[in-house]
Write a protein that binds this ligand. Structure first.
Ligand code: NAP
Ligand code: HSE
Length: 432
């Protein structure tokens, strides 16, 4: 039962869109349950959004309205500032900084903001003994931040992997199941309202890269270094690649991988081939999956909804309830002042690669490509020509394990052969 001696935990919510309204609805629907589990009541004092007149599918009449989120953040009658507006600069950043300056704990779903400014904000918050919680920012409803910072806290984390952008996974799985080209499925995703206002955040891998950089900071005790994430979107993945990969027993995923190597921290968010029968290979539609590998626990797989009103509000409220319970952890699982500055290691770990290219169909063309690979120290595992297209010959090569540098070197040499048509597609085959 709630401890009547404990005062209510008072929230100010900035942003009344998908996530913010979800939070309002959970608090209204589960007030008693939340109080029973938190030991105190969680109440909303004031809210903010741009347009006060908008119909928001929730009764907001009991809450004070602030037109300015910075003013909301500074209100004396809130304890926790919930930032669910979005944007990595502008009002979201200004309001969080104001909240910290005013001594408020912060809960946010804003991965872009934290990927860019998370370290500085964590330093500022922790200097004042304050919290920044961000479960909803990574993989929506999946409690992956909690898993890493709490459940797996005694592990040395070896690798963090995942499919963290539901829109990309929807596009790739829909292309495969319906045999449709990228452009058509991209348009479908737009019509369904899956794409961010700037679609490149999704299909360019940026949104998922933001999420990966936050997980890497916790997993490896390093400062968030989004700029060091190798980013490659899914725009160049064709239905041919999806079909050829499927023929070989693989699926193509926009896969995030972070691992600490002998050369430094490797972080990449790129389209990869993964075995079709693996949990990641089986992941369909807009669902997210995060795979965590620790020295003591081995591998654990978390799967669930990465977006939407209910899942993201569930995650925000998990953070709020932790604060209500009195759980006080540093933003990235250890004091921000103790986070190391990572050395960025560009795809240091070797892997087999899938190379698809079009060659002029003339004697010796394939031999020239094979020679380039040999010169770059890349060994061929499989090679095949398929379905000639007039004077052109599509070619698929799967290499033995190679470093990305050696593959890039070989691809650079291809250009000088005079037999290459267009650009080769290069996809890593990830052991998951
Ligand atoms: P949204 O539906 O676009 O809602 C944004 C809200 O913020 C709106 O209510 C908007 O006001 C308000 N807002 C924007 N600028 C403002 C300003 N300058 N002053 C006051 N209010 C302002 O966004 P969302 O989908 O809820 O996402 C919110 C955050 O959660 C983002 O950081 C996003 O990346 C993150 N997130 C979202 C999801 C998801 O599934 N949607 C999942 C994970 C993380 P008006 O309504 O008046 O326009
Ligand atoms: N655009 C994101 C996605 C929303 O598709 O996963 C959740 O961050």
């Amino acid at each position: 039962m709630p401890n009547s001696a404990k005062p209510d935990l008072r929230l100010g919510i900035a942003g009344l869109g998908t996530v913010g309204i979800g939070v309002v609805k959970i608090i209204q629907r589960h007030a008693d349950l939340i109080a029973a589990r938190s030991g105190r009541r969680v109440v909303i004092t004031a809210v903010s959004a741009r347009d006060r007149t908008k119909n928001r599918d929730a009764d907001l009449s009991a809450y004070a309205w602030e037109a300015d989120p910075v003013a909301l953040a500074r209100r004396a009658d809130i304890d926790v500032f919930v930032e669910v507006m979005g944007g990595h600069n502008g009002p979201a950043r200004a309001a969080i900084e104001a909240a910290i300056a005013a001594g408020k704990d912060v809960v946010t779903a804003n991965k872009a903001l934290l990927a860019h400014h998370g370290h500085d904000l964590a330093i500022a918050a922790e200097a004042k003994g304050l919290l920044i919680r961000f479960e909803a920012a990574v993989a929506g409803g999946i409690p992956v931040i909690k898993a890493l910072t709490e459940g797996l806290a005694a592990n040395q984390i070896r690798r963090v992997m995942g499919v963290m952008n539901g829109t990309c996974n929807y596009i790739l799985t829909r292309m495969q199941s319906a045999g449709l080209p990228y452009d058509q499925v991209f348009e479908e995703a737009r019509q369904l309202g899956y794409l961010e206002a700037d679609p490149n955040l999704d299909v360019g891998g940026i949104d998922a890269g933001h999420k990966l950089s936050l997980l890497a900071a916790i997993a490896f005790g390093t400062r968030v270094s989004f700029d060091a994430v190798e980013l490659e979107g899914i725009g160049a993945v064709s239905i041919d690649d999806i079909t050829l990969a499927a023929d070989m027993g693989y699926r193509i995923k926009l896969l995030g991988v972070a691992q600490m190597t002998g050369r430094g921290l490797e972080q990449r968010m790129t389209p990869c081939l993964v075995p079709a029968e693996s949990p990641l290979g089986q992941l369909q539609g807009g669902t997210n999956m995060v795979v965590l590998e620790g020295d003591a626990v081995g591998q654990i797989v978390l799967r669930g909804p990465g977006a939407g009103e209910g899942p993201t509000a569930s995650a925000v409220m998990g953070d709020v309830i932790d604060i209500a319970r009195g759980l006080r952890l540093p933003t990235f699982g250890q004091p921000a002042t103790s986070l190391a500055t990572p050395i960025a290691a560009k795809t240091a770990t070797p892997a087999p690669y899938y190379l698809r290219m079009t060659l002029l169909d003339k004697p010796g063309a394939l031999a020239k490509i094979a020679t380039c690979l040999g010169e770059a120290g890349v060994s061929i595992d499989q090679m095949r020509q398929y379905g000639h297209l007039g004077v052109n010959a599509p070619v698929l090569i799967v290499t033995h394990k190679a470093t990305r540098d050696d593959i890039d070197h070989a691809v650079g040499l291809f250009a000088g052969t005079g037999v290459l048509v267009g650009k080769p597609v290069v996809l890593r085959i990830e052991a998951v």
